[in-house]
Write a protein that binds this ligand. Sequence first.
Ligand code: GSH
Length: 200
Amino acid sequence: MKLYTSLTSPFARKVRVAVIEKRLSDLVETIVLDPWASPDELVRVNPLSQVPTLVLDNGLPLSNSDTIIDWLERQYPTPALLPDDEKLRTQALAIAALTQGMIECTVDIVLERRKTTVQQGRAMIERRLVTIDRVIDTLATRFKPDTRHFHLDGMGVACALAYLDLRVPERNWRKRSKQLATWQTWAAERDSMRATQPPP
Ligand SMILES: N[C@@H](CCC(=O)N[C@@H](CS)C(=O)NCC(=O)O)C(=O)O
């Protein structure tokens, strides 16, 4: 398999973490590129020119982080990235969906800030920041940190919080939840998170 990625994309990081947690690194060739430059190699397989894109051994390109992780989970069920119990499984997916939304909000802020001051949508940036605050507060109560495993909910939370540290550090999400901050310190030490840390 070939995984197209960048070194900073939080969406791609989720997939890279899943690959490592599932111990599939030997099966996956990683190709690092800049999706924003629309490189031919990426556009040929994914017209969206987005990372992550996973090209399967049969040549089928899969885009969208959650679609790729869902495929990995079905194709390589062990070690599982979701609990067996149906209720816990659904809860984990609900948290993972919230974290995907939080990553999208953060990316929106990054894209707005790249515009000139005149073109920037200040109201939109503020709206996204307030949404992120709300998601953090919700995670602080709904996400049940568990250091016995690192399932999709935890992976999503860890990647989303790390991306806030990278792009919106001044918001200081840690001041909103000491419990999340403590858990994030544990998550950041996992081999999969250390190996996928964005460059400084
Ligand atoms: N919903 C997609 C979003 C992927 C995405 O937006 N990736 C960004 C990098 S953070 C990208 O490749 N952007 C380039 C572009 O949209 O042109 C996912 O979850 O994988």
